[in-house]
Design a protein around this ligand. Structure first.
Ligand code: MN
Length: 463
């Protein structure tokens, strides 16, 4: 009997699915596509044929474009009542999870063989001629035989590199700028297709497997095709972004190890731009338009969100981030297009900074143009017990004249003046008598300076 397998797989005292007891009328060539959030998201295509629904599970949904064939796994025939079924199949039952109707309508049947089916679908979302053909056992492929419904549809592009922000101070007038919080994390582009997310880093490295918690973003977008830009962020116990914590997530291999670390150091994907949507690049649109499209996607889930963007009031926003102990703000010109891979100045990063005076306890030599000369000073933070703790080194901010002055002033010695901390490799120690004023963004967890810049030399005895 056609529905035996369907009935064998189910317990109708538990599942709300129909039992197929109603006798079937003559075929009316109806179809349904259900979006099924089972263990793995898929779409079920069901075609009315010989009194039952011939069914295929499509892991990535219906291909909108003849250039992309997709897998279709033949499943057991379903009863006609299933044309209208939506609801929650209990966990533990066969196909447990939420099922909703994604599209429905009628079709013309051009061919219906055991290994090949050709139909013209007339649905709300899908219209056009499709062929399903068996490739081996339960595995079939589905191919769109018509041109895309949208004739200008483009395939999801690959290899986009993210737009970068130029370090800057706040513009005098911020009316034409939108400001977002600067997240201290890992930049990631997300390509979403057929409910699946692929994550790529700034250099193009794929990191999908590293951040399994972002997978749900794909399921939440369903069949929407898009490329998103954002930042993966981990938070410390005080709820502040912590690059230190995030580092525990980087370069981890092995599914079970990744899953374990994802539990202890979860990340959130902060999405701030959309570069491609439903077959079209959006990169040439102004920021304001892209932002409207992004907000329309309503990306807000357990491990992803769309952080706020404010037009104007840059100084207030920067002050807010300073009070919150955040790194700073990103400013984006509201009329600017997305310039992939560029640091054009249409995006700026404005960082809050701190200043501190530290003792110069050594130096390292420079490279390239500075080789043979001081490249960075190694800095010590005085401790309560009178020892020096090494706080890292600062090379940025050292100019030619300053380097000459330091080379004349610093007195090398054989032994380390540092009692603790990690001393950089290749350090030449000096008498710890002179100090430097250093601007930096934050302390790392091991109390070394992040983004230090040498601002001023304070000779021994100077304030
Ligand atoms: Mn299913």
């Amino acid at each position: 009997m056609p529905l035996d397998e369907y009935r064998d797989r189910r317990d109708f005292t538990t599942t709300p699915e129909p039992d197929g007891a109603t006798p079937a009328p003559a075929d009316q060539r109806r179809f349904v596509i259900q979006e099924h959030h089972a263990t793995a998201l898929h779409w079920d295509l069901r075609l009315e044929h010989d009194g039952v629904l011939a069914s295929w599970a499509l892991p990535k949904g219906i291909p909108p474009d003849p250039r992309q064939n997709r897998l279709a796994v033949r499943t057991e025939d379903h009863p006609l009542e299933y044309l209208e079924f939506s609801g929650e199949i209990p966990r533990g039952e066969y196909g447990g999870g939420l099922m909703g109707i994604w599209d429905e309508g009628t079709f013309d049947e051009e061919k219906f063989r055991d290994d090949e089916v050709i139909v013209v679908l007339h649905g709300e979302r899908v219209t056009g001629r499709y062929v399903l053909f068996q490739t081996g056992g339960k595995n079939w492929m589905i191919h769109r035989m018509d041109p895309p419904e949208d004739p200008d549809r483009e395939l999801l592009p690959e290899g986009i590199t993210p737009m970068l922000a130029k370090p800057s101070s706040l513009p005098a007038n911020t009316d034409d700028w939108a400001f977002e919080i600067k997240w201290d994390g890992v930049r990631a582009l997300a390509s979403v297709q057929g409910g699946r997310v692929r994550l790529h880093g700034r250099s193009g490295l794929e990191m999908t497997a590293t951040y399994p918690e972002v997978r749900g973003l794909g399921a939440s977008l369903g069949m929407v095709e898009c490329i998103l830009d954002g930042e993966l962020v981990a938070f410390d116990d005080a709820g502040k972004p912590s690059f230190e914590r995030l580092q525990q997530r980087i370069n981890i291999a092995g599914t079970s190890r990744i899953a374990r670390v994802a539990q202890s150091v979860p990340v959130t994907y902060h999405v701030f731009d959309v570069l491609f949507l439903e077959g079209h690049s959006t990169m040439s649109l102004p920021y304001t338009d892209r932002r409207r499209l992004l907000e329309g996607l309503q990306l807000d889930g357990p491990s992803w969100s769309t952080p706020a963007s404010h037009v104007g009031a840059g100084a207030e926003m920067l002050e807010f981030t300073r009070q919150q102990g955040l790194e700073g703000v990103i400013g984006k010109r509201v009329d600017s297009r997305y310039e992939a891979g560029k640091r054009s100045g249409a995006w700026i990063k404005v960082k809050n900074s701190q200043r501190i005076q530290l003792v110069i306890g050594g130096y390292t030599l420079g490279r390239d143009g500075r080789s043979g000369h001081i490249g960075a000073v190694v800095l010590g933070e005085p401790q309560a017990d009178g020892t020096l703790r090494c706080a890292g080194k600062a090379g940025s901010g050292l100019t030619g004249a300053l380097i000459d002055e330091l080379e004349a002033l610093l007195v090398p010695r054989a032994t380390s003046p540092f009692g603790s901390g990690t001393v950089p490799a290749g350090t030449t120690f000096v008498e710890p008598v002179h100090r430097a004023e250093i601007e930096f963004t934050e302390w790392t967890a091991s109390r070394t300076l992040r983004h230090p810049t040498f601002k001023a030399l304070l000779r021994a005895g100077e304030d």
